[in-house]
Design a protein around this ligand. Sequence first.
Ligand SMILES: [Zn+2]
Length: 457
Amino acid sequence: MRIIFLLVLFFSSYVFVSAQKEDSLVIRIMADDILKNGKAYDNLFYLCKKIGARLSGSENAQKAVDATMRMLKDAGADTVYMQPCMVPHWVRGEKEQGIIQWKKNKKTLNVCALGMSIATPAKGIKAEIIEVANFDELKKLGAEKISGKIVFFNYHMRPELVFDGYGDAVRYRGFGPVEAAKLGAVAVIIRSVTYALDNNPHTGATRYDSTVKKIPAMACSTIDAEWLHQLLLKEKKVELFMKMNCEILPDVESYNVVGEIRGTEIPQEIITVGGHLDSWDLAEGAHDDGAGAIQSIEVIRALKASGIKSIRTVRAVMFMNEENGLRGGTKYSELAVANKEDHVFAIESDSGGFGVISLGIDGKPDQEVKLRSWLPLFRPYGVLDMPDGGGGADIGPLKKIGAVMCSVNPGSQRYFDHHHAANDVFESVNKRELELGALSMAAIIYLVDKYGLPPTQ
Ligand SMILES: [Zn+2]
């Protein structure tokens, strides 16, 4: 009995070890191909330099749809198609102005309108500026002090937060205008949401509440925020003239782009890999999220080029409108529900094209145990961990219909230097880091496809 037990143990561990050996060879083949013959860097160059900013509803967004259709076909996808969805069409218009005026002095700030903001009146707004460090200070000042003024939210990203500084500070971009308007403010200017101390203003979506008056909102660079803070300590009365020319035009039809490799044995089970195609209008959207979109295309190319025949269906999705509406991600999951699709696994890359250090995962305990059993296969390529917490804005809704969630987690300390600002350009992405990110995505998809995961229900 004991001998049989030992034999079974030996045999099963032999099978496990030889399976891992075989898998490590397959991942090595994909790594060789991506690092030697990959197309991710060239494709990112095209998206950034030949097209550029790709805000939803713009001509460039449509060019990006057409270009990634071609790229997915070239990558070897069996089927490439578009999923129509209506998207918001916000335009910045003529460059904004923010001019500080005190006594007889003037200084022009580096500013940009927050995405989805309303414009100022055509002749601009001029009002006294009042600084608050946070929402508590705003509330303490109350309507008496805030009414008729422009509120300057000088909230610093908290340096002690290692990974969560953005999530903490972005509240001021999202909710600042509504909170200030509740107390009668006429406009808002925020310190850009970044740790970097430079002259780049960072945009990003703000939001309104239908029950609160809409007021215009802009961001200034962190250097200007520091300067303004010093000025306000010294001067009693400081005014800001701001002029913004943005506009929300009627919704337009746009598209998610999908490239699919149909599974050979269980095609009804779907694995999704994606990033978003739209990007803010101030830059090239290289890290956010040209990188993630292009890496998803590279997954398809690498699977095909390495001769892997997936038994499940693998879909690379270029989601439209993540930045100011999430209509593409929403449409994708609505169609998945309407078509009764079986989504088993979804992975998103939308945290920049920096070197990947971990893959975040979110599933049931037995699903996570299985995923983590593959971690040794990733270590040679720099992926050191599979922490709890996977997913992303675009794939998020697929969790409700049973998909195990995964996110690509690059080192994030430099990401917010570029995020939504003019320096999010192709040159800021490192070729090998971009490629190794694509490899980590291809490898996890190869393993999930080959072995499957324990069922969600
Ligand atoms: Zn993004």
